[in-house]
Ligand binder design. Sequence first.
Ligand SMILES: CC(C)(COP(=O)(O)OP(=O)(O)OC[C@H]1O[C@@H](n2cnc3c(N)ncnc32)[C@H](O)[C@@H]1OP(=O)(O)O)[C@@H](O)C(=O)NCCC(=O)NCCS
Length: 160
Amino acid sequence: MDGIRIRPAERRDAPQINAALRALSRTMGDTHAADDRLIERAGFGETPAFHALLAEQAGAVIGAALYSPLLSTTRGATGAHVSDLWVAAALRGQGLGARLLAAVRDRAQAQWGAGFLRLAVYHDNHRAAAFYAGLGFLPASAETTMTLQGAALAAIGEAP
Ligand SMILES: CC(C)(COP(=O)(O)OP(=O)(O)OC[C@H]1O[C@@H](n2cnc3c(N)ncnc32)[C@H](O)[C@@H]1OP(=O)(O)O)[C@@H](O)C(=O)NCCC(=O)NCCS
């Protein structure tokens, strides 16, 4: 894994970030509705919805990690939610995923004092789950991730 550089992404990297996320979506079998302009707006506007680190080798993006701030009153600490982690297929299994997570740890610690990492993994992504467990991530057994969107989101608070 020689000549790899991990660096914070900048506004001009939006197309490369989106290419990495598109590759991740393809691997996961997810639809991918994000375009480069959304990535640019979401990541580099006045209130960023994510921060990103890119791993590069010989000028090509070979890995990416997206993360955002969160607060845990239980822990009495801020943390980082890792929303996306991707390593190019040909380079998996050589330690780059762990290096990206270490870089998120260090960068989020420097940015907002983050003291823990959090992420979600699909139930059928056994290799990634094993990777995270091997690093020491523990599953949250007492909670379920829930999402509200579309008409139900708009209808909150309306009379039943
Ligand atoms: C999961 C991922 C980010 C880990 O990065 P990585 O650079 O392969 O990980 P590392 O080399 O640091 O660690 C290797 C471990 O990752 C795990 N792993 C997960 N998917 C893997 C893959 N497709 N190929 C090789 N190892 C994989 C293995 O448990 C491996 O451990 P092992 O060497 O004992 O078998 C990367 O494999 C990847 O991009 N996978 C596809 C996308 C994905 O699942 N992203 C996470 C979504 S939650």
